[in-house]
Design a protein around this ligand. Sequence first.
Ligand code: TYD
Length: 221
Amino acid sequence: MCVSIDGGFKEMKEGRFITVEGPDGAGKSTILKELYEKLVEDGHTVIKTREPGGVSIAEQIREVILNKHNTAMDIRTEALLYAAARRQHLVEVVVPALEKGAIVICDRFIDSSLAYQGNGRGIGMDEVMNINQFAIEDRMPDLTLYFDISPEEGLKRIAQHDGREVNRLDLESLDFHQKVYEGYQSLIKQYPERIKVVDARESKEEVFASAYEIVMGFLQN
Ligand code: TYD
């Protein structure tokens, strides 16, 4: 069982923490799966996981957050629930795997909260960063792949072929998704070393090739 102690998580011996981000409909989950399979084939120890969710308590929180009927949810409640789910998932899955030296690939992490709740909902990125600091204790990703697609194209893809169930966030207006997109753009500027952009409009093969190349470059350093 992993507990956070006074020094936080950052002093622990660890593997590599890679997160995958992007607006809804960017196709990141498909590429993430392929990336996972390729890295395993290459001989790495890899854990593939997702947010919100990934462990029982966090999956239960996910149900509450994404339930289409929870239209009364306050935006700060939403931000706190994402942070709570993040905390539990970090403690139960991410940190123990990193301590064992594994590569953890996580579908969404703190940048989603900064873009969606911070900019999309208008809480402010600094405020959302503050509550997330409490949850993550400085455990930021080592590398983030950002799958870039316009909100219009992303939403069109979901409507056309995504196949997954539409959730409460998908039902938001284009204006909301535009703000999320702008949130991500400012994060890319703020963290150029950590966040690497992949053009998600290309074919699946090309998107995968770009993502794999970035990860290889990162792992070899
Ligand atoms: P999900 O079905 O997992 O979508 P996706 O495949 O696009 O990741 O739903 C997650 C939704 O939650 C998605 O719309 C993004 C949103 N989200 C936030 O608003 N804040 C967060 O911190 C996280 C992790 C996700």
